[in-house]
Write a protein that binds this ligand. Structure first.
Ligand code: GSH
Length: 217
């Protein structure tokens, strides 16, 4: 039976885009990527606002549905495709708990990176957000002490969502070596088939990603 095509709208500078991109890359699913040029404001044009009313990337289209908000997209992909969905019900809820907390706290890492790279702000603004970003990283680091993954014993959407949001931490002057459990976890993710960092993974132009053959286990 013909599978329903997946189309992801996004931008190569966006951690929110990287999260579902990484999911799709790791799961080996074929999909179409449609670039939204944030620099020239395509996200605020009527045609794109009809896809994502918030004028932001990413957005996913699949089976006639439009899904926005990166963590909702990860939730949808896990439920629909099955990959990176924890097996135990408690773990499935806990993965979503991490995604919700990510949007509260790890998002400060993205803010610090944004203010460092794209928009200069008053030093007082940075002084407010940087400790919050560092505190979020310290919580993740503590949660990873003595374990390989945030939830259960396998990589899940919790890992993809949380890592995907913090991936540009170096651009915000946040050195991963200060959080050794995060550094080891990032290396575990990087060792997975299909893994790539954002600038290697997210294209600057519309691209068709073919299915990646999975190694037989
Ligand atoms: N909570 C949203 C955040 C999306 C977001 O902030 N996207 C940024 C790029 S990372 C964006 O589209 N910015 C363009 C703009 O706000 O004009 C999600 O997780 O999808």
């Amino acid at each position: 039976m013909e599978k329903s095509p997946l189309t992801l709208f996004g931008s190569f500078t966006s951690s929110s885009t990287y999260k579902p991109m990484l999911y799709l890359a790791l799961s080996g699913e074929p999909f179409s990527f449609r670039t939204v040029n944030l620099k020239i404001g395509v996200q605020r044009e009527a045609a794109y606002l009809a896809v994502n009313r918030y004028g932001q990337v990413p957005a996913l289209r699949h089976r006639g549905l439009t899904i926005v908000q990166s963590n909702v997209i990860l939730d949808y992909l896990a439920r629909t495709l099955g990959a990176f969905e924890p097996v135990a019900e408690q773990d499935r809820w806990q993965a979503r708990e991490w995604l919700s907390w990510e949007a509260d706290a790890i998002t400060n890492v993205a803010k610090v990176r944004h203010f460092s790279r794209f928009r200069e702000v008053d030093p007082a603004v940075m002084a407010h957000f940087r400790p919050q970003a560092e505190a979020a990283l310290t919580i993740v680091d503590g949660a990873l002490a003595g374990r390989n993954w945030l939830v259960g014993d396998r990589c899940s959407i919790a890992d993809i969502g949380c890592w995907g949001r913090m991936v540009f931490m170096a651009e915000g002057g946040l050195d991963i070596r200060n959080w050794p459990n995060i550094e080891a976890w990032a290396a575990r993710l990087a060792a997975m088939p299909g893994f790539a960092l954002p600038y290697d993974l997210t294209p600057k132009k519309d691209t068709e990603f073919p299915a990646r053959r999975m190694a037989s286990s």
